[in-house]
Design a protein. Structure first.
Length: 310
């Protein structure tokens, strides 16, 4: 059976994903599915760099503003809804474009990972909470050693400081009974062309800093205040970069300048982790539209045409 064709556009913030996605969608009758874990939530617009209404009018967009802030939207939800959307878009003889991307969400969609039912997703969440609670009472090294006892091969590849990845490895083992290091790479579910956008690191970091300043000017502090008021029932608001950093400021524990600097630092660190994940987990074709716009845009268009003709 012939696989459905999809294009995926990934990369850190500020490298041109939105502009490229709109251009490709216009040229190829594309419909855009947001792959961002935070853009599903209504009212979280500025901090998530959500596409504007004007941009959404250029091409159909999906999985944006589909949940309230106090609702949980899991990788399982994204996988199921994303797969349904890809089928519907393909049936319309349009091209699905997955843009942005939270690593686990993309992996779940592209590799058809078995995430179980909604009940299983709840169980996954409880396992994750258990290890996060363990980390609060112990050191990063203690958490890493817990993984090393269970799965030394996985521990050897994951730094102790990457606690989210360590917890994920423990979670996978407790959920599936299979060691994280022995999880077999699966075949891509779709005929997928993955575009990765990036630029030189000093340029990227400067663009991230500028993006944060622009978000602040656009009203990010007020949006973070809205999330802060709902933090007790909205774990997503606490987790999101661009929101959680302002909570100490609202509590009177730091200055506004310090909070903004923390947003910039966390955004830079997240970009670095994203790039590492993209390079190691999915087959990406890399381009630089920041520093080589004309040449790399021409390369992208040529490479897409070659892929479409296969």
């Amino acid at each position: 059976m012939k696989k459905e064709k999809i294009i995926v556009i990934v990369g850190p913030t500020g490298v041109g994903k939105t502009a490229l996605s709109l251009q490709v969608a216009q040229q190829l009758k594309g419909e855009i599915i947001s792959g961002d874990a935070m853009q599903v939530y209504r009212h979280l617009d500025i901090g998530t760099a959500k596409v504007t209404p004007a941009e959404q009018a250029i091409a159909p967009h999906h999985l944006i503003d589909v949940a309230d802030i106090d609702e949980r939207f899991t990788a399982f939800d994204f996988q199921q809804q994303g797969q349904q959307l890809i089928t519907k878009i393909t049936d319309r003889q349009h091209l699905p474009l997955i843009v942005g991307g939270t690593g686990l969400y993309l992996q779940a969609l592209l590799y058809d990972m078995t995430l179980g039912s909604a009940t299983d997703a709840e169980q996954d969440f409880s396992i994750r909470n258990k290890w996060q609670a363990y980390l609060e009472q112990h050191s990063e090294t203690d958490l890493w050693q817990a993984l090393a006892k269970i799965d030394p091969d996985a521990a050897a590849k994951i730094p102790a400081a990457n606690t989210r990845r360590v917890i994920r490895a423990l979670e996978v083992y407790e959920t599936t009974g299979v060691l994280f290091s022995q999880q077999k790479p699966k075949e891509l579910r779709y005929d997928t062309f993955i575009i990765g956008l990036n630029c030189e690191r000093p340029v990227l970091y400067e663009r991230i800093n500028q993006r944060v300043d622009q978000m602040v000017d656009a009203g990010l502090i007020e949006e973070a205040g809205w999330a802060y008021e709902r933090r007790a029932t909205s774990p997503q608001a606490v987790r999101g970069i661009g929101y959680k950093e302002f909570f100490p400021y609202f509590d009177g524990e730091c200055s506004l300048e310090a909070a903004i600097d923390q947003v910039k630092q966390n955004s830079r660190h997240y970009a670095k982790r994203q790039l590492t994940w993209f390079r190691n987990q999915i087959p990406v074709n890399w381009y630089n539209l920041v520093e080589h716009q004309e040449a790399d845009l021409a390369r992208i268009q040529a490479d897409i045409q070659t892929w479409l003709q296969k």
